[in-house]
Design a binder for this molecule. Structure first.
Ligand SMILES: [Zn+2]
Length: 369
């Protein structure tokens, strides 16, 4: 059950910008409490000449100053755009669910009497399940499994040729204990917690078919043991580089392990202040870890996610990075290595993939938001 008016009244102007963009409008012009929007109310996106659809934050109402010539709310705008863009006739309830979904608002129990008993039971079960999941993840946080290092001793130290060619030195591979698991044709990457305990082993497959099916990186399985760990409860490279990070009070956060190794090869172990979050998001747990080392600036060095400036991907990427920044809640300065002019990196490149000079240029021009 959704409270239509409550949803409407609580929509912030920033959220409304997201909504009209999701409905196809280009970025609105913002004039204090008013949004001036491309007229998606009666035109297809991109076909409207001006921005004559106004949104007033004080009344939470839209007014179209051309063809429609009337006031309407966000739900009616959804209905209008679905009709124009998809030729679908949406009922009000569908528009309400769309807006609530978009904003991540969960339906709530308005009045017990409004609901039938089954639905109420269902919600109770969901709630119980959610509690279970959150308890489980708290537990997981405290209980990272620790594996016996001995498993690594049996693996060869043959340096991975493809990594050598990309610029990762043998010294670096030795420092991080990179090995080769011959029988599976995998580069072996041990993951440690801040105290050096082995908490997981990831493998980079060299078999093309396997990488296409399962991705390039996955936890290693040896015999019956799966060497996996929750990636968001550790930072790759933190064990090796913690003293440098404490001293510099700065850290580079890359997505993948390989960037940490490249950094090490380019700039030397004694100045390595790089870690990898092993994904494209940074967890609160990881931020806590860095904060506890006294980090004052986190330099996010994520892979490039767009091909063209001002494209949808580009806009989405910027939004995602802004959200990421918010996660730090001003506990430290946050900056980004970003290919702002779109002339230094290719799609999916890590900022360190194009060599030392490119990396240093990106660092010098890093973006602080
Ligand atoms: Zn209109």
């Amino acid at each position: 059950m959704y409270d239509k008016d409550e949803i409407k009244q609580n929509i912030t102007i920033e959220q409304m910008i997201d909504i009209v963009e999701a409905l196809g409008a280009s970025t609105p012009i913002v004039r204090s409490e008013i949004l001036m929007i491309e007229n998606i109310c009666h035109n297809l996106p991109g076909e409207s000449r001006g921005h004559k659809l106004y949104y007033y934050d004080n009344t939470k109402l839209f007014r179209c100053y051309t063809d429609c010539g009337e006031y309407f709310d966000v739900f009616e705008l959804v209905i209008k755009t679905r009709k124009i863009q998809e030729n679908e006739d949406w009922e009000m309830f569908k528009a309400i669910i769309w807006v609530a979904d978009f904003l991540g608002i969960a339906p709530k129990l308005k009045e017990f009497d409004d609901m039938d008993a089954d639905a109420f039971q269902f919600l109770k079960e969901i709630k119980a399940l959610e509690n279970k999941i959150s308890k489980f993840s708290q537990k997981r946080e405290q209980e990272l499994k620790i594996f016996d290092d001995i498993i690594l001793n049996n693996m060869s130290l043959i340096p991975a040729g493809s990594w050598l060619r990309e610029g990762i030195t043998i010294d670096t591979m030795k420092k991080y204990g990179i090995k080769y698991y011959l029988s599976e044709d995998k580069i072996v990457i041990p993951h440690r917690d801040i105290n050096g305990n082995l908490i997981g082993i990831r493998g980079r497959t060299m078999v093309k078919e396997e990488s296409e099916m399962f991705g390039k990186y996955m936890p290693l399985k040896i015999g019956d043991t799966m060497y996996n760990h929750p990636l968001s409860f550790a930072l790759y490279g933190l064990y090796e580089n913690q003293d440098n990070i404490r001293k510099a009070k700065k850290v580079f956060i890359f997505e993948g392990e390989k960037s940490v190794l490249l950094y090490d090869s380019y700039f030397g172990s004694s100045s390595n202040i790089a870690v990898a979050c092993c994904g494209s998001s940074i967890s609160s747990f990881q931020i806590d870890l860095l904060y506890s080392l006294g980090v004052e600036e986190a330099i996010i060095a994520f892979d490039k996610e767009f091909e063209e400036l001002n494209s949808k991907e580009h806009k989405r990427n910027i939004k995602a990075l802004m959200k990421l920044k918010d996660k730090f809640m001003n506990r430290m300065k946050v900056s980004f290595l970003y290919d702002s002019k779109n002339d230094m990196l290719e799609l999916k490149d890590s900022p360190i993939d194009k060599g030392k000079n490119t990396f240093l240029t990106l660092f010098k021009n890093r973006v602080i938001i």
